[in-house]
Design a protein around this ligand. Structure first.
Ligand SMILES: Nc1ncnc2c1ncn2[C@@H]1O[C@H](COP(=O)(O)OP(=O)(O)OP(=O)(O)O)[C@@H](O)[C@H]1O
Ligand SMILES: [Mg+2]
Length: 346
């Protein structure tokens, strides 16, 4: 794995590559049709529109000097790990970064959401972990988003937790595979399963940063202590660089008092690790995977797309030690109060 020296400096303007014709600016029932930019491909135009808030902000995103390997983990199920992984990855790629998503969940949801073939015969992350196959041989480009790649998970991965137990260096197999990956990358995002088994441990050994999505619901913090203890254990014994860098509030519904109470509790508990940007509950976000798309291409003008773009911006700035002004931190949540009502009655 290396970070390309030429990539240093502000990210290039988003120049979406060839896109499929499967979605366009008229998908949204959440917002008025986005003003299409001068771009022939509907998806390309839509993606450019999604990138506009950044362009409007007048600043490019800094690229990390070294590849940032970010583990998206929370052993609680259904909190938005996969959704966050694929949409943050797509947002970063739309701003010119080169991003690899590693699907480490046997459910293969991240692969599905990125439109990546992951039936049983497809070379996958299972082959990398169990048979030491080079990562390069399983990585596929994501068709809709230039600069975005995915190492898919197949159902084989369900057996890997047990098969890994008897293998040499069972906790560091993913780390070794990533270190041997020679392609230039700015970010690697690893989507973990909802457990703290050997797959998640492999991710924690491979990455330096942990991103914990927290759903703004009752019991949001339940079980987090266990995850944090595991992070401490891995840091102490296997990976001194590991730290929780980012907490992201997901499925925030600004209409409910519960959501704001949970958000406040999380901010009190974790402080500066919590991104100022939160992700609103959005029907568009939940619909996108069934079209094999991220919300960034499925409905670029939606509150969900804008909020993930903003979260990516905040992460990139914070990672570079730059000030994040937060002026768009509520870009999604602000829209949410009226628009999610519209979504809710569809
Ligand atoms: N902001 C959101 N608004 C609406 N629905 C969402 C949002 N984020 C996630 N969802 C939906 O919630 C469900 C759970 O999300 P997701 O699959 O990302 O969670 P997960 O933590 O990866 O789950 P698992 O633990 O099973 O891997 C999915 O149906 C997803 O579409
Ligand atoms: Mg998941």
């Amino acid at each position: 794995m290396r970070s390309d020296a030429n990539l240093a400096g502000p990210m290039a303007d988003p120049v979406p590559g060839p896109r499929s014709e499967s979605a366009g600016g008229d998908v949204s029932r959440e917002t008025p049709p986005p003003p299409l930019v001068d771009n022939d491909a509907p998806i390309g135009a839509a993606a450019s529109f999604a990138a506009e808030p950044l362009a409007r902000s007048g600043e490019g995103l800094p690229r990390p000097a070294q590849t940032r390997v970010i583990v998206v983990a929370n052993q609680k199920g259904g909190v938005g790990k996969t959704t966050t992984t694929v949409n943050l990855a797509a947002s970063l790629a739309l701003h010119g970064a080169r991003v690899l998503v590693i699907d480490l969940d046997p459910q293969g949801n991240a692969s599905t959401a990125l439109g990546i073939d992951h039936h049983a015969e497809v070379p996958s992350i299972y082959d990398v972990l169990v048979d030491s196959r080079p990562l390069l041989e399983v990585v596929q480009p994501v068709v809709d988003v230039e600069g975005l790649f995915c190492a898919p998970a197949t159902i084989d991965l369900a057996g890997a937790e047990i098969e890994l137990v008897s293998l040499v260096a069972r906790e560091s197999r993913l780390q070794r595979a990533i270190q041997a990956y020679e392609q230039p990358l700015d970010y690697i995002l690893i989507d973990c399963p909802p457990s703290l088994g050997l797959l998640t441990v492999n991710a924690l050994v491979a990455g330096a940063e942990v991103l914990i999505p927290i759903q703004c619901e009752y019991y949001a913090l339940e079980g987090l202590g266990q995850l944090l203890r595991n992070v401490d254990l891995v840091r102490a014994h296997l990976n001194p660089a590991l730290h929780v860098s980012t907490i992201l509030l997901t499925m925030y519904d600004g209409r409910t008092r519960l959501a704001s109470q949970v958000a406040e509790e999380v901010r009190t508990h974790f402080g500066s690790e919590v991104l100022r940007t939160s992700i609103p509950r959005s029907v568009r976000i939940s619909e996108a995977p069934s079209y094999g798309q991220t919300v960034l291409t499925y409905d670029p003008g939606s509150s969900g797309a804008l909020s993930y773009m903003e979260a990516a911006r905040e992460m990139a700035l914070r990672g570079a030690g730059l000030h994040y002004d937060g002026r768009n931190a509520h870009v999604g949540a602000g829209m949410n109060s009226t628009q999610s009502m519209a979504e809710g009655i569809q």
